[in-house]
Design a protein around this ligand. Structure first.
Ligand code: NAD
Length: 499
């Protein structure tokens, strides 16, 4: 049994409470318990909120250029500690080390975006909106912001939020996933080293009690959430009921449509990476391949079969060049195994059954599963599995394929593989999904665009990072100003118009 204890990061220092309830943290590749994380209660969470609230006036007054300089130093520190952070991601999440590096790079890109604070916060100015009257719009900070994040990207998803929130002049309380809490704590320590004043960026570990405290506390003005759809919906409705600004991103079931004219080698390569990379634990993973025509489906399935059977699976810290690691916890492993069993009982054809793959050790490993002849009526099609399970659905034509994507409850990401520009263009126009790839399987927008899905993959109108991130973390204030000569023009009783 380990006696490593993981606490919180509040007011510029690590905080622990020996009386707090704890939860185990495991290395999913070995099954070993590596630490116990403290689960903050209401009072513990309020400490973090109070620290962020106290730091707010000073940070709001700090010029955007000075906030940007903190981000420039932060970028350098992340680069300096890059390998340590990536290893920590692999140790607690299980994804292979190359993938952990990719995650961190995508997070770092948001820090780079945030380095442009003075440019991003310039606002708008129109001289002479009327005679002798100027109009301008300022972007001001919102206040104390909170982020609640999932296990599957312990670095990148928090980094979608706090760099943008901070450069906009807000202070931040992050409540990361209790399953892999070490990376967010390291990210907070580095923010202090970069020069963020005490209390500007805090991390509180915990579960529902902590989240409910953040939702109800009147000092918290904005909440960003990323996680599963039922929790996203709960966060959105509860936060809104408290008058809090909320953006809540939920689950996914991303379809890749493969047209008969697609480059099949490219489509198969893409399906392997997008379906099984990170053991399918990505909100932008492809979990459904919609093959247009039986010939396309047969080619796909026969090409995928040997590659799924031969997936290189293992402990990402012990070996290089792996394709897939374990699932995050034993409970999640059992849940995904349950879905494979369900698929078989629902009548889908298990071309490769991941349960039959034998893997050594006590890690939470599961082989890749490939289902063919999946029907929209099946639960394995309707529900998010979040594991290495790819479903092939056969569609007779493009219209049926498009209707499948559009009728699904989720609308996070999708892709079309085709050589026909007209079909691709029509798809990008007509599909009811927030992020679309054309011959690109995981179309995650870059940091200077914004990330978000449609339908039940998001609650709230604004996406994360990029321009929407700046909008979410700022309030607009429109000023109309006149400096009149001392002669009064008299009272006006009509609606003011341009003169
Ligand atoms: P989760 O919803 O279980 O947990 C997310 C966060 O909410 C965690 O911090 C957790 O502690 C907290 N939480 C869990 N249950 C809660 C409850 N009842 N009340 C209040 N807070 C609660 O999600 P997860 O399993 O950590 O992550 C996987 C999910 O996240 C998948 O559904 C995946 O699609 C989704 N996800 C979505 C995106 C996106 O951008 N749309 C990105 C990454 C992950």
């Amino acid at each position: 049994m380990t006696n490593v204890r993981i606490g919180h990061y509040i007011n510029g220092r690590s905080v622990t409470d020996s009386t707090a309830q704890t939860q185990t943290v495991t290395n999913p590749a070995t099954g070993q318990i590596t630490a116990r994380v403290e689960m903050a209660d209401k009072a513990g969470t309020e400490q973090a909120i109070a620290a962020a609230d106290a730091a707010l006036p000073g940070w709001q007054d700090t010029p955007p250029l000075a906030r940007a300089r903190v981000m420039f130093r932060y970028k350098a520190l992340i680069e300096e500690h890059f390998e340590d952070i990536a290893s920590l991601i692999t140790r607690e999440h299980g994804k292979v080390i190359e993938d952990a590096r990719g995650e961190l790079t995508r997070g770092l890109e948001v820090v780079e975006f945030a380095c442009g604070a003075p440019q991003l916060l310039k606002g708008e100015h129109t001289p002479q909106v009327g005679r002798g009257v100027d109009g301008y719009t300022m972007l001001q900070s919102v206040g104390v912001c909170a982020g609640i994040t999932p296990f599957n990207f312990p670095a990148m998803v928090p980094m979608w939020m706090f760099p943008v929130a901070l450069i906009c002049g807000n202070t931040f309380v992050l409540k990361p996933s209790e399953k892999d809490p070490s990376v967010p704590l390291l990210l907070a320590e580095l923010m202090s080293q970069a020069g963020a004043p005490e209390g500007v960026f805090n991390v509180v570990n915990g579960g529902k009690e902590s989240v409910d405290t953040l939702l109800a506390d009147p000092r918290v003005e904005a909440i960003s959430f990323v996680g599963s759809t039922p929790v996203a919906e709960y966060i959105y409705s509860t936060g809104c009921a408290h008058g809090t600004r909320v953006q809540a991103l939920g689950g996914a079931k991303n379809h890749m449509v493969v047209m008969p004219d697609a480059d099949m080698n490219q489509a198969v390569d893409s399906l392997m990476g997008a379906g099984y990379g990170s053991a399918g634990e990505r909100c932008m993973a492809i979990s459904v391949a919609v093959a247009v025509g039986d010939e396309t489906a047969d080619t796909l399935v026969e090409s995928l079969r040997p590659r799924v059977e031969a997936l290189r699976i293992g402990d990402g810290l012990a070996e290089q060049g792996l394709e897939m690691g374990p699932l995050v916890t034993r409970e999640h492993l059992e849940k995904v195994r349950g879905y494979v069993e369900l698929g078989v009982s629902e009548g889908a054809v298990a071309v490769v059954d991941g349960r039959q793959r034998s893997l050594d050790g006590d890690g939470f490993f599961l082989g890749g599963t490939l289902f063919d002849r999946v029907e929209p009526s099946m639960r394995i099609y309707q529900e998010e599995i979040f594991g290495p399970v790819l479903c092939v659905v056969r569609a007779p034509d493009y219209e049926t394929a498009l209707a499948l994507v559009n009728q699904h409850e989720f609308g996070n990401g999708t892709a079309i593989f085709t050589r026909d520009g007209d079909t691709a263009r029509q798809f990008t126009q007509d599909v009811r999904v927030g992020m679309v790839g054309v011959n690109v399987p995981i179309p995650v927008p870059m940091a200077f665009h914004s990330f978000g899905g449609w339908k039940r993959s998001i609650f709230g109108p604004l996406n994360v990072h990029g321009p929407d991130g700046v909008r979410f973390y700022t309030r607009k204030k429109a000023v109309t100003a006149r400096w009149p000569k001392s002669v009064s023009a008299g009272s006006e009783f009509t609606m003011p118009t341009m003169k």
